[in-house]
Design a protein around this ligand. Structure first.
Ligand code: HEM
Length: 410
């Protein structure tokens, strides 16, 4: 297989997806790629095939199975750890996922909305009071702390520890520190959650960790270390993606001032805007991987037991068979035709994955993004970047699309 292309493909610039995806959709929708370790998993790039892969229970998400496609040496090492539900198959997956699901459903998020709004307002008040003469990094002051504060609140972390923990989480995930600093920060977070689990075992409150402790640990369904791992998963799973989607949303609107004007004039466009944002910039595109448990047939190809499959949600979200002008960012895409939109189905966007592993916190993530984009430009209508689009600090081209720093004035 000497001519097999290396994967991940690189974005050619800024936020444009790798050009290979469009080529493969047209010519070779189910192909082989080569990973860092010389392995050759399948790459699936069409929307319909990605759905097949992500709903086929003959394919496994268990990373400890031989042949599971790992994206780095660090990933291969992490795959040896005891799994949480993100890396489990039925029935274990739903058994564990359902322990946290009620805290993230639409009703729970509606209840939380005033708190999300207040948190966004408080952060913006502080940012506005501190800055305005000089450029301010929107990531540090707003996009990073907002989602952290919300998830810490759900977990039950006391207010006074938020700033320190948010800092540790940033060191763990944003690549600014060395590998050992990142792993120290992860251990600090794990230790902290461990202590919180102990406290809630003694004295439960109304939060996620107490719920895990009272409904699961105390009844013997899971042990303390499982509770710590699940809480840690909830803390880290959505962190970088939330920060990136806020940043990408800000830049998408600034690059499309006519669409920004429409959004400011009509707040009912916030929800379709968020759907288009998550379709256009698939912020977590490397998670949707599987390994075959038995031989299967997919689109005329024989996939053997033990072979890995990567379902390219970023490519599926740009599939011309599903979306009209998929390369165009259009705030009206998911607005009904009778209201002047394209009338497309927002659920088909693959920003949150698909099937049983589709993001458990999608409602929360959408709720946070809706609050952000019905507040930020209303409060700061003259918000602008102080660097040109090309000079934005983009994530490395073979990693998930993201922005690490966003200097702004208003
Ligand atoms: C805009 C922000 C977000 C995006 C784009 C996003 C994206 C995704 C995607 C693509 C998946 C599917 C992964 C797969 O199939 O393996 C996923 C799963 C998951 N997400 Fe999110 N996510 C976001 C926010 C969050 C937040 C805020 C949290 C936590 C509070 C979170 C927690 C999870 C968890 C625990 C899973 C695993 C679900 C399962 O395996 O059943 N996500 N997310």
């Amino acid at each position: 297989m000497s001519s097999v292309p290396r994967f991940p493909f690189a974005r050619p610039q800024a936020w444009d997806p790798p050009v290979e995806y469009a080529n493969l959709r047209a010519t070779n929708p189910i192909s082989r790629v080569e990973l860092w370790d010389g392995s050759h998993p399948w790459l699936v790039v069409k929307h319909k095939d990605v759905i097949s892969v992500l709903t086929d229970n003959r394919l496994s998400k268990q990373r400890n199975r031989p042949g599971f496609p790992e994206m780095s040496a660090g990933g291969k090492l992490a795959a040896k750890n005891k799994p949480t539900f993100v890396d489990m198959d039925p029935p274990d997956h739903m058994q564990q996922r359902s322990m946290v699901e009620p805290l993230f459903d639409a009703a729970a998020v509606e209840k939380l909305r005033p708190h999300i709004q207040k948190t966004a307002d408080t952060l913006l008040d502080k940012m506005i009071a501190e800055g305005c003469e000089k450029p301010v990094d929107l990531v540090e002051k707003f996009a990073l702390p907002l989602p952290s504060y919300i998830i810490y609140g759900i977990l039950g972390v006391p207010l006074e520890d938020l700033e320190f923990l948010t800092q540790q989480n940033a060191i763990r995930s944003n690549g600014s520190g060395t590998a050992s600093e990142a792993s120290n920060a992860a251990n600090t977070l794990l230790e902290y959650i461990g202590q919180l689990v102990q406290k809630r075992l003694q004295e439960p409150k109304d939060d996620l960790i107490s719920k895990l402790v009272v409904e699961q640990v105390k009844l013997g369904h899971i042990n303390e270390s499982d509770a710590i791992q699940i809480a840690f998963l909830m803390l880290v799973a959505g962190n970088a993606t939330m920060v990136n989607m806020i940043n990408l949303g800000v830049v998408s609107l600034l690059q499309n001032p006519d669409q920004l004007a429409k959004l400011i004039a009509d707040p009912t466009l916030t929800s379709p805007f968020v759907s288009e944002l998550c379709r256009y910039h698939v912020g977590s595109a490397m998670a949707t991987r599987r390994v075959a448990k038995v031989d299967i047939e997919l689109g005329g190809h024989q996939i053997k037991a033990g072979e890995g499959i990567i379902a390219a949600t970023q490519s599926a979200s740009r599939d011309e068979d599903v979306f009209s002008d998929p390369e165009v960012f259009d705030i009206l895409r998911f607005v009904p035709k009778e209201k002047g939109g394209r009338g497309e189905d927002w659920f088909q966007g693959m920003g949150f994955g698909w099937g049983e592993h589709r993001c458990v916190a999608e409602s929360l993530a959408r709720g946070e993004l809706e609050v952000v984009f019905s507040t930020l430009f209303q409060r700061l209508p003259n918000l602008q970047l102080t660097v040109p689009f090309e000079k934005i600090s983009w994530s490395p081209p073979t990693k998930d699309v993201g922005i690490t720093e966003l200097p702004v004035t208003w």
